[in-house]
Design a protein around this ligand. Sequence first.
Ligand code: NAP
Length: 294
Amino acid sequence: MKVGFIGLGQMGSGMAANLIRGGHEVTVYNRTPGKMRPLVEKGAHSAGRAADACRGEAVITMLADDTAVESVVFGEEGVIKNLGKGAIHVSMSTIGIALSEKLAGAHEEAGRRFVAAPVFGRPEAAAAGNLFIVAAGAPDAVGACMPLFDALGQKTFTFGGNPRDANLIKLSGNFLIASVIEALGEAMALVGKAGNDQHRFLDLLTSTLFTAPVYKTYGGLIAGRQFEPAGFAAPLGHKDIRLALAAAESLMVPMPLASLLHDRFLSLLAGGGEKLDWSAIAQLAARDAGLTGD
Ligand code: NAP
């Protein structure tokens, strides 16, 4: 397919490379232009403006947050104004459900198609084409995107015709991952404070009752205190919990654990942790237990 790709951050660079590898004709755009060079070397066209990445059958956005998506989508230079009639905007960023609803309405009004397709998987999975994709939107539009999803992920899960549902599923999943990180941090602090080997504890967990990838990935980062370089930066984790709480507020769903996690992220960021991986909230439990001097 002829496709544009906007947002070449930790996730987007690997994803765009996989589209090229999959035989698609890709035009990339990034706010910081230097990040386009490696993709151009792999065969992509580069766009001088976001608008110039919107000339194909579809354009994918993989941007940091709601503000970034709004700034690229709306306005004279934006995605909606510059996408061809009937072309599809695939929003793969983790954004709030209110913005997703606004985007769906604005695209429909302009005669453009909109699919929300956020992803599970860290930058390594993005680079390897191993993402899990959660897609929602009009069935014909989601169907038309399948060749793109096949190049980007190992499996695509569809969640009906309302794009915001895909965003809600993604936010709920990230709330669960953050809960696991917090719980692992507390358990590791307890085990470690008593003088036990945290790696052995993790080995026990992940080879018995807790075999899921989320325990292996985050347990390893926590036991090894590997919070830099960030694969998923703490400000983005904070953003996701904030968006999960906003969704919970709009749907009148109390989520006391999400409120606790929100405070954990605030503590991490207030203490200068914005360059750390989001799993560094686990370090707060260790610090509270007097286990780390830093
Ligand atoms: P990232 O490395 O911080 O990249 C963010 C991208 O957004 C960059 O291309 C950045 O451009 C662009 N951007 C930020 N603010 C902008 C603005 N105001 N206008 C235009 N462009 C702007 O983030 P990431 O880790 O790739 O994450 C991207 C999305 O995927 C986020 O929604 C995140 O929640 C989600 N996600 C991440 C992971 C993960 O493990 N990292 C996993 C699943 C989902 P510059 O290069 O110019 O800064």
